[in-house]
Design a protein around this ligand. Structure first.
Ligand code: C5P
Length: 223
């Protein structure tokens, strides 16, 4: 039987990863967080002392990049850099910017494309990112464009960073998110945009349970 796939795209902080993870557990699908892959590339370049904003310092490093994606005993995705588990390290706030910078280079996107498609060839997947419905899995059985207002996404991001003892300022976080949204949706390589056949789910006024219920309903209708 062919494998099934659900594509979830949208801006950062809309709740993609939390919801996709919960939906994957519910359906028994593999959850693939593609942002984590771009974050790992950014982390690698930064650790090597490279400037992620300069393609000349990123592209020549791709051949040496030892990146792999594995699933732990916990069933969750782990990112490895030359065997080192960097799953936690890539969640640092500055790595979001590195990821956004490296993801704008077409050569980086092309380099990572097969890795993402291969997972969908061999598993039922829920994949989240920015271009899953438009580029990576244009044949996905269900495409969701998950979004929320920038204010609400900034509040959620602050709540997520605070317990980790990070210095957080709502206005700064909101400005960073708005800037990243702009960069992600205005770049020429695979910009963030809703696929023509994607269903829009706006979670601004929904809590986690309500959002998950909306996604489960869509999955039941389509799969
Ligand atoms: O989803 P997350 O916020 O972890 O992604 C980090 C960055 O990686 C995004 O801001 C975006 O620039 C980039 N990205 C992308 N395409 C994807 C997933 C993430 O360009 N499929």
């Amino acid at each position: 039987r062919p494998f099934r796939s659900i594509a979830i795209d949208g801006p950062s902080g809309a709740g993609k990863s939390t919801l996709a993870k919960a939906l994957a557990a519910r359906l028994g699908f593999l959850y693939v967080d593609t942002g984590a892959i771009y974050r790992t590339v950014g982390l690698y370049v930064a650790r090597q002392g490279g400037d992620c904003g300069d393609p000349q310092q990123v592209l020549p490093r791709l051949p040496e990049l030892q990146l792999s994606l594995t699933y732990g005993a916990d069933g969750l995705q782990h990112m490895l850099l030359a065997g080192e588990d960097v799953t936690q390290a890539i969640r640092e706030n500055q790595v979001s910017r590195y990821a956004s910078q490296v993801s704008a280079y077409p050569a980086v996107r092309a380099f990572l494309l097969e890795m993402q498609r291969n997972l969908a060839r061999t598993h039922d997947v829920i994949m989240d990112g920015r271009d899953i419905g438009t580029v990576v899995l244009p044949q996905a059985d269900l495409k969701i464009f998950l979004t929320a207002s920038v204010e609400e996404r900034a509040r959620r991001r602050c709540r997520e960073l605070q317990p980790r003892g990070a210095q957080v300022d709502l206005a700064t976080i909101q400005a960073e998110i708005a800037q990243r949204d702009y960069a992600d949706s205005h770049r020429s390589a695979a910009p963030l945009r809703k696929a023509a056949d994607a269903v829009v789910v706006d979670t601004s006024q929904m809590d986690r349970e309500e959002s998950l219920a909306a996604l489960i309903t869509l999955a039941k209708e389509r799969l």
